[in-house]
Write a protein of this length. Structure first.
Lengths: 257, 517
């Protein structure tokens, strides 16, 4: 029993390391094929549209309510110390540094990552990927490069949308609902918020976007076992992406500071 | 169509996100805090707790900079701050840490210094650092205060907690109730008096106000006089100080002399006390005088009489004059010596000695035949003798009219004077009685005269002490000369003359300069 458990942990560890290696290999392949002709711009724009434009609404909605909730809760806390003026800086710093990249990446994972993984897995199990190779079309360049680039490019843009909407939500709750002076909210936010904070959110967004696109592509590209295998691959991709976002968030944060 | 739409949509997203990024970067840019627009200063703090990078630096509540770094330097904290260059922080600037909220959020209050000091440039140090009370110290003080309050409440509990304490409290409350009732009663009873007092005070203040308004000039003069007096007193004091300062030795000598004098005075007072004791006991003449009430009353009355007499004498004015007339028909002069005594302004006594050339006329009847020779034959003899005549009149004055009666030239007579004061063009003052019309009537019983002798005189006083006069004497009777001597003995005659007079005050001033024989 114990040996089985240890064996399973060991196998899981091996699988984890193997997947890290597979992701790294895939990243290298993507980088290698990104700069090789032919440049498939139409494919890239299609993925940019799917990943970015298609996620604007859900990211904006998430941003507004995240900002409102965070302002509401922090108001309750700061009210105890007569320090309501710090709600603005708290909301803005939290959103720009953490909430915007993490929540935007999660939204993109749920909406676009799952779709990528399922699409690629289906192409893999129906041997469409093999067909592309038969036609001398590199599947990495044709299928994966546009998706990874779309993740890398679009998530930071969505982070900016999230920042704006989140601050608007926080402003609404603090000024309109709670009655804080608009001048206080704006000047204190202005005082505490730095370009570095916004830059940190953008970097995190790019890292998360690259990561979730790579995981989705990796899981879908290596799917097997028919429809069930595709579903399982998608599930694994979602879990890995979500976990990876939070783990990476910590390390990127530490590295940036 | 789809080929165009997809890039367009992506482009819109890129533009939107780029716009947001631009907005944020603009929004968070700290104006005026670049290296060109600001100076980097530092200050050494004993306690920098609560200060962080980007903590505000403000003047009068307006942000002018922020903390850029905090480093440990020995046992003190070196705080680096960037302040707008336009502020011009000086070498005598000061800085203090101030709590912004209960969260321990701190900021720096900067006082930029004064213009006489030089402006600090990059790397300059603000040396005046005021360590304000931190929240920890405040909480420490609060802890001490709380302990004190606990001690007080504990003591109160011990005093008032038991049954005895409760009884004391009830007693105190009852006393308070009585006290407040008494105060209320007193106030109620005194309300009418208070109203009256207030009304009086109001009236007095009104009078004072009216008085001061009416007599504003007088008050001003009084204040001016007081100022003058105080100035004089200051001058006198300054002189005294100066004198004392210059003559310190003399003053010491004077003080020593004063001590001797005081000792003598002490002895004298002892003697006086001895004497007064004897007087009090009725010993000696003075003692009898003081102790005998009857004798004292007599002495008092006597003194009063003497005072009254002396007062009259003191008020008596004496005027001495000499005048001479020249009678035209008589061809001779008549001389008067006058003394006028004036005890009061409205009455006087006039005494005269007159040398009249007409002389005194007396008529006698003598029997010229012997008494045995039939019917008696009488002979009328009129004898005129040259002798001094006297006048003594009492005069009473009523404004410009003076009535006189008494003896005039050795016969009974009456008189009246009509007088007016005149201010001559060459004099600056009025001369009393400068113009006078005098009428005298006397010699009522002289048989030689058909009518009484009536005399009218007009007198002028052109200068003090000198007068001239003209007049008509014996107006009613016709001229009559003695058949033998051809002397003019009665009847109308015109005269003119002059005189001088002196008052007692003039005599007082003259007599001392008269050479003594």
């Amino acid at each position: 029993m114990l040996s089985n458990a240890i064996e399973r942990i060991g196998l899981g560890l091996f699988a984890f390391v193997e997947e890290i290696g597979g992701l790294a290999t895939l990243l290298l392949d993507v980088l290698k094929w990104t700069f090789r002709p032919p440049m498939r711009v139409q494919n890239l724009f299609a993925q940019l549209d799917f990943v970015g434009v298609g996620s604007i609404f859900i990211v904006a909605l998430t941003g507004v309510f995240s900002g409102m909730v965070f302002a509401h809760q922090s108001w309750r806390a700061f009210e105890l110390f007569n320090a309501e003026s710090l709600v603005g800086p708290t909301v803005s710093l939290t959103i720009t540094r953490e909430l915007a990249p993490v929540f935007s990446a999660l939204m993109v994972t749920m909406r676009a990552g799952s779709a990528m993984c399922t699409e690629l897995g289906t192409m893999r199990v129906t041997e469409q990927v093999d067909a592309l190779e038969t036609m001398a079309v590199n599947p990495v360049q044709y299928l994966l490069v546009p998706r990874v680039l779309a993740g890398l490019i679009m998530v930071p843009l969505l982070v900016m949308i999230f920042d704006l909407m989140g601050l608007m939500g926080g402003y609404f709750v603090s000024v309109t609902v709670k009655g804080l002076s608009a001048g206080t909210f704006i000047t204190r936010t202005q005082q505490w918020l730095d370009p570095e904070d916004i830059g940190e959110g953008l970097i995190k967004g790019a890292v998360f976007g690259l990561f979730i696109a790579l995981v989705a592509c990796f899981k879908g590209y290596h799917a097997s076992g028919g429809a069930k295998g595709v579903g399982q691959a998608t599930t694994e991709a979602m879990v890995a992406s979500a976990l990876g976002i939070f783990i990476l968030d910590y390390f990127v944060g530490v590295i940036l500071h | 169509m789809k080929k165009l739409v997809t890039p367009f949509r992506v482009g819109l997203l890129v533009l939107a996100a780029g716009g947001v990024l631009f907005f944020f970067l603009t929004f968070v840019k700290k104006g005026g805090m670049s290296k060109e627009e600001s100076v980097l200063l530092n200050a050494s703090f004993r306690d920098a707790s609560g200060l962080t990078r980007r903590s505000r630096v403000q003047i009068a509540g307006i942000p002018v900079g922020e903390i850029t770094d905090i480093k440990l330097e020995g046992v003190r904290a070196r705080v680096y701050l960037r302040v707008k260059r336009e502020i011009g922080v000086r070498q005598n600037a000061s800085i203090s840490k101030r709590s912004e909220s209960l969260l321990g959020d701190y900021m720096l209050d900067l006082t930029p210094g004064t213009e006489e000091a030089k402006v600090l440039d990059d790397g300059g140090e603000i040396t005046k650092v005021v360590d304000a009370q931190g929240m920890e110290q405040i909480f420490g003080s609060l802890t001490t205060i709380t302990a004190d309050i606990q001690a007080v409440t504990g003591a109160l509990r011990n005093v008032l907690g038991g049954a005895q304490g409760q009884g004391s409290l009830e007693s105190i409350v009852q006393n308070l109730v009585k006290l407040t009732e008494a105060v209320e009663r007193t106030i109620r009873e005194s309300a009418v008096k208070l109203d009256s007092i207030l009304a009086n005070v109001d009236a007095v203040s009104g009078d004072v106000r009216r008085l001061t308004e009416r007599e504003q000039n007088s008050v001003g003069n009084i204040v001016g006089n007081i100022e003058g007096i105080s100035k004089d007193v200051r001058d006198v004091m300054a002189s005294v100080k100066k004198v004392i300062g210059e003559n310190e030795g003399d003053v010491k000598g004077s003080v020593a002399g004063l001590k001797d004098t005081l000792a003598k005075l002490d002895r004298t007072m002892a003697n006086i006390e001895d004497v007064t004791n004897k007087v009090k006991q009725g010993e000696g003449a003075i003692g009898a005088l003081v102790s005998d009430q009857k004798l004292g009353q007599k002495v008092s009355d006597t003194v009063e009489d003497i005072a009254d007499y002396a007062g009259k004498l003191t008020n008596l004015e004496v005027e001495v004059g000499v005048k001479a007339d020249y009678a035209l028909n008589q061809g001779n002069s008549k001389t008067f010596l006058e003394i006028r005594l004036t005890p009061k302004p409205d009455k006087y006594y006039l005494l005269e000695a007159v040398d009249d050339p007409r002389g005194s006329v007396s008529t006698t009847y003598v029997q010229s035949n012997p008494p045995t020779s039939g019917n008696p034959v009488t002979q009328k003899q009129t004898i005129t003798t040259q002798s001094i005549k006297f006048s003594a009149q009492f005069a009473k004055r009523y404004s410009f009219l003076t009535l006189r009666f008494g003896i005039i030239e050795s016969t009974g007579g009456i008189g009246a004077d009509f007088t007016l004061p005149i201010k001559f063009f060459y004099s600056s003052r009025w001369i009393e009685d400068a113009f006078a019309v005098k009428v005298d009537a006397f010699n009522f019983s002289i048989e030689a005269l058909r009518f009484p002798r009536l005399r009218a005189t007009v007198r002028f006083i052109p200068f003090e002490h000198v007068y001239v006069h003209v007049g008509v004497d014996d107006i009613l009777n016709t001229p009559n000369r003695d058949s033998l001597s051809n002397q003019y003995v009665s009847g109308r005659d015109f005269f003119f003359g002059a005189g001088v007079y002196f008052t007692d005050s003039d005599l007082k001033s003259i007599l001392p300069v008269v050479p003594k024989p």
